[in-house]
Design a protein around this ligand. Structure first.
Ligand SMILES: [Fe+2]
Length: 392
């Protein structure tokens, strides 16, 4: 028997309107001053106002920090941590997509450490040379409120930060860094435009699929992950076609949360290693990068997880009759159809990637990105290059 290791979320509220619980919940925790971290787009969309109203009516003070940048940089996290320290807050509220929630998660880590600590010093890639993770009791309470249905960052332990000098993404966090509370409110996603709905939804699907076929078995999660895949298969096209469809938005918010829970314990695979380089080298949106690579990685992986891909076919609504291999191959076709149905491009050449980028991206995906470790089939730098070429 192998040993399984699970990281589950802390408290989660799910449903339309739950974002407005934030004030009373923080009050019940004995907190007095919230440091709100959001990006300017989320503020402009009016999503922060009801949160501030909830805090104010519960008697909490707040400081709004709205300088979050896409693909958060070391400098942006360190600046936000300095602002937190200067502002006298005793808890953090993060509102946003992956960038906002990851900035907040990283700030929470940095402010729990010594004042001279910088986010880059906590990077996993430093191994033994990394600054030790601060003890759990020093981390301020963190309420995470997602505004997209994709990353699942509201329930995961890690934040992804970009080092602007070498254009590399690195991870920080650990089991203690799971947000103290997630308020998953599908209402906040009703205004999300079709492209972002499609791209972030494909990120959630990639999380579910990579986790389901991961070499980290953690089988207790399997039924939930298949349910997440089912929700996405039936509701992502609807949410893209009709953004105001509340049941579809609810399904997608739930599926994104399931994807986050899934990767916290089962991790990811080669698709994310490949996708991260597409963002670093060619600025491709993270979910779109996954969407383009996913069918190619699935087809490559089939021999390593045939029966699992067959069950993904069933979850996506494919026929459950027929040989395992047929169903597994059909799972790839269903994912390709879904990408077409939600209007995303399918080729790297159509999203600003040049052929000259393939070799350096393949090298980075294999030598610098850890996510392929749990891929169900062995990869190499050559395999990474072949997968990029197939997607080109
Ligand atoms: Fe992702």
């Amino acid at each position: 028997m192998t040993t399984s290791y699970y990281i589950f979320p802390d408290q989660v509220y799910f449903g339309f309107g739950v974002a407005r619980r934030v004030g009373p919940e923080l009050r019940a925790e004995g907190l007095q001053h919230a440091f709100i971290i959001a990006d300017p787009g989320v503020v402009a969309a009016g999503l922060v106002e009801p949160v501030i109203a909830s805090l104010t009516s519960a008697g909490l003070a707040h400081t709004l920090y709205d300088q979050v940048v896409p693909n958060p940089s070391c400098e942006s996290v360190d600046a936000a941590a300095d602002a937190y320290r200067a502002g006298g807050a005793d808890c953090i509220v993060g509102i946003g997509g992956g960038s906002g929630l990851d900035t907040a998660k990283a700030v929470r880590l940095v402010v729990a450490g010594p004042p001279e600590g910088r986010v880059a010093e906590y990077a996993y890639r430093l191994g033994d040379r990394a600054r030790p993770h601060p003890p759990r009791h020093r981390l301020p309470f963190y309420a995470a409120i997602p505004t997209t249905a994709g990353t699942g960052a509201e329930v995961t332990p890690w934040a992804v930060i970009t080092d602007q000098r070498d254009k590399l993404k690195f991870g920080v966090g650990g089991p203690h860094s799971v947000p103290s509370m997630a308020l998953v409110d599908p209402e906040l996603t009703l205004g999300l435009p079709s492209f972002l709905t499609a791209a972030t939804g494909m990120d959630a699907l990639t999380h579910c699929i990579e986790a389901y076929v991961s070499t980290n078995e953690n089988t207790a999660l399997d039924p939930m992950i298949l349910y997440g895949i089912k929700l996405i298969g039936r509701s992502l096209p609807v949410a893209v076609a009709k953004p105001s469809n509340r049941p579809a938005r609810s399904d997608m918010a739930q599926a994104a949360m399931i994807g986050g829970i899934a990767i916290s314990s089962k991790w990811l695979g080669a698709c994310h290693s490949l996708a991260h380089q597409l963002s670093s080298f060619a600025n491709v949106q993270h979910g779109l990068a996954n969407a383009i690579m996913l069918p190619h990685v699935m087809r490559f992986n089939l021999p390593g997880a045939m029966s699992r891909y067959a069950r993904i076919n069933d979850a996506l609504g494919g026929s459950p009759d027929g040989a395992v291999r047929q169903r597994a191959e059909n799972a790839v076709r269903l994912v390709e159809q879904l990408i077409g149905d939600v209007g995303l491009p399918a080729r790297l050449r159509d999203v600003g990637v040049s052929e000259a980028m393939i070799e350096p991206m393949a090298k980075a995906a294999y030598t610098l990105d850890l996510n392929w470790w749990t891929n169900p089939r062995e990869v190499s730098e050559q395999v990474m290059a072949t997968l990029y070429r197939q997607a080109f």
